[in-house]
Each structure stands twice: as structure tokens, then as C-alpha cells.
Design a protein around this ligand. Structure first.
Ligand SMILES: CC(C)(COP(=O)(O)OP(=O)(O)OC[C@H]1O[C@@H](n2cnc3c(N)ncnc32)[C@H](O)[C@@H]1OP(=O)(O)O)[C@@H](O)C(=O)NCCC(=O)NCCS
Length: 145
């Protein structure tokens, strides 16, 4: 079994490693600490046998919105509801923030993630051309809280 819980600074190395192995975008490691310090309730990890196997990071972008910046599950552990559990816990953590919407950007060719978010009630609202470092396009997806 896995458990989801708030990120702790001791998880930092594992989270950065997981991000670099599973997400195409390269993030400056200092960003992880920045997100943790600015919105700790939005940084949640999934742990199994003392190993970090997934995480989600989101921040509050204005009084009405939170934005998911990263979501990743180790490949070996996908399709076991871990991404869903991370998102559910994230929604729980932000429920006291009084925000109305949750949004995110996803690569237009990332069909798995688009399906995942659609299953969780997100809809594509717009396309942003050349959003990513490598020039790929993004969809913005959004849902009510
Ligand atoms: C997207 C991601 C986080 C999903 O995590 P996960 O733990 O595998 O997701 P879950 O097991 O909770 O899946 C829930 C539902 O999402 C959909 N889904 C998830 N993965 C899917 C896939 N590979 N193909 C089609 N639908 C998929 C399904 O509807 C699934 O329900 P089901 O298994 O009952 O059919 C994971 O694939 C991942 O880490 N991908 C790489 C990083 C990434 O793309 N992150 C998002 C970028 S913003």
C-alpha cells in the first residue's frame, strides 16, 4: 500500500530526482524549495515502503485560482490510482483556501495526462503555442473546485 502526505524537506532529493526522470521539462532544483516555502499545503507526495513514488505541486496564483505545476508518478507504479490519490489529497488541502478554480497546463501530445485530468473533471479551455522550453504547445485545462 502507498500513502499520500504533505511533502517534508527530507523528501527534497527524491522529489527532484523523480521530476527529472519522469517530466520532460527541466526545472531548476531551487524551484522546489520555493514552491514548498510559498505554498506548503500544495506539495504532496506518495510514499511506498519509505520511497517517494509520486508527487504533486500546486500553488495559489490569485484569490480565485490554484494551479497544478507538476504531477508525476513513477512509471512502475502508474495506473494504480496514485495520481488520483495525490490529486484528491491536493483538493482536500486547498479546500480551506476559498478558491473557485483549479487549472494547469499539459502538453498537447500528452494523451495519458489529458485522459487522467478529464477523468477528474478538467476540460481543455485553450491552447498555448510554444509554451514549453522545447517549443511544444500546451493546453490549459480547468475545473471548478
Ligand atoms: C498522468 C499521471 C500522473 C497519472 O498517474 P496514475 O497514478 O497512473 O493515474 P491513476 O492510476 O490515478 O489513473 C486514473 C485515471 O486516469 C486515466 N489514465 C491514467 N493513465 C492513463 C493512461 N496511460 N492511458 C489512458 N488513461 C489513463 C484513466 O482514466 C485512469 O483510470 P483507470 O485506470 O480506472 O482507467 C502519470 O501517468 C504520470 O506520472 N505521467 C508522467 C508525468 C505527466 O505526464 N504528468 C502530468 C503532466 S501535467
Amino acid at each position: 500500500m502507498f500513502k499520500v502526505r504533505l511533502f517534508k524537506p527530507v523528501d527534497m532529493f527524491s522529489a527532484i530526482k523523480l521530476a527529472s526522470e519522469t517530466l520532460p521539462e527541466q526545472y531548476n532544483p531551487s524551484l522546489f524549495n520555493y514552491f514548498y516555502e510559498t505554498f506548503p499545503q500544495g506539495f504532496i507526495v506518495a510514499e511506498k515502503a519509505h520511497k517517494i513514488i509520486g508527487f504533486i505541486i500546486g500553488v495559489k496564483t490569485n484569490p480565485e485560482y490554484v494551479k497544478i505545476l507538476m504531477l508525476s508518478v513513477l512509471e512502475l507504479h502508474r495506473r494504480q490510482n496514485i495520481g488520483s490519490a495525490l490529486l484528491t489529497q491536493f483538493l482536500k488541502e486547498i479546500s480551506i483556501e476559498n478558491v473557485k478554480y483549479i487549472e494547469l497546463e499539459v502538453r498537447t501530445d500528452n494523451k495519458k495526462a489529458i485522459k487522467f485530468y478529464q477523468k477528474h473533471g478538467f476540460e481543455i479551455t485553450k491552447k498555448i503555442t510554444e509554451f514549453y522550453q522545447n517549443g511544444e504547445d500546451a493546453y490549459t485545462m480547468k475545473r471548478d473546485i
